[in-house]
Write a new protein. Structure first.
Length: 286
């Protein structure tokens, strides 16, 4: 019985070794040939110009090389990173700015877009949570049309720009950071038309940034809110409208009163009768 048990253990060990050998051979066959691709040798920040020390070649399975991967480090020297790259990450053509682009934030701005900086504080900047790579709405607080001087009752707040990408805060454009940072300036990515709107908005009122979900694409059109709306009162336009309407409605012509002549007194009766009562004599007329 003992020898039979040892034989079973020996057979199990041989079967296990054979399974390991077959698995290793299968993995080698799946890997196939390997090629050399360029990867980041260090963490590369957005807008950085690549140098020879920043990239290196490494082996990569030939069947799973990403599209646009670089295979020559010499061709990468001098290129500008459009996005942040982590150490060991393949350097793809789509992550680089066009050849000849200078380093800095200008390399990050897509074609047809503009970068514009606005002053912020800890409140306007959403307590430092408006970080590079996040999206914000821009709201302006100003005086509505028709207000004069410092008329607080005609103040209106309205969102004028939606889903605006934050390119940089202060002089930093790293999109990998998640720690809030209170700064005095935020750079936004805008179209030329949006840049004009933002410039006008900051000249006529006070700006505020509203942080939004990065995946929300839906645009929400609002009419803005005034002080009267906020307090549940009638808007100034509605209050003035009835008075204006009354002034515009022509008044009816006054009724001319005509005095009627008083009725003529009834003519006196001329029929008289003489009545004698004792020693008294009376005359009664009808």
């Amino acid at each position: 019985m003992r020898s039979r048990g040892l034989l079973m253990l020996l057979i199990a060990a041989i079967a296990g070794l054979a399974a390991v050998a077959l698995a290793a051979r299968w993995m080698q066959q799946q890997g196939g040939k390997r090629s050399q691709v360029a990867v980041a040798n260090v963490d590369i920040e957005l807008g950085s110009r690549l140098s020879a020390e920043m990239v290196r070649m490494t082996e990569w399975p030939a069947g799973s090389i990403p599209a646009g991967a670089a295979t020559d480090t010499e061709k990468l020297v001098g290129r500008v990173a459009r996005d942040s790259l982590q150490r060991g990450e393949p350097i793809l053509e789509s992550r680089l700015a066009p050849v000849g682009t200078k380093g800095g934030l200008s390399a990050v701005v897509p074609e047809g877009k503009r970068a514009m900086t606005v002053r912020v504080n800890d409140v306007i900047g959403v307590a430092g949570f408006a970080l590079p790579g996040t999206y914000v709405d821009v709201m302006v607080n100003t005086q509505s049309e028709g207000s004069k001087g410092n008329d607080k009752d005609r103040t209106i707040s309205k969102i004028v720009l939606e889903r605006i990408l934050v390119l940089a805060v202060a002089q930093e454009a790293d999109r990998d950071t998640t720690k809030p940072k209170v700064v005095n300036a935020v750079t936004l990515e805008l179209s030329p038309g949006q840049a004009e709107m933002l410039d006008l908005a900051r000249s006529v009122g006070t700006l505020s940034l509203v942080l939004r979900n990065q995946t929300e694409m839906k645009s929400v059109a609002t009419a803005g809110i005034t002080k009267a709306d906020l307090l549940g009162m009638a808007t100034p336009a509605m209050a003035v409208a009835p008075a204006s309407a009354a002034a515009a409605t022509p008044k009816p012509a006054p009724v001319r009163r005509v005095a009627l002549a008083a009725p003529a007194p009834a003519p006196k009766s001329t029929n008289c009768v003489e009545v004698i009562r004792g020693v008294q004599r009376l005359t009664e007329c009808f």
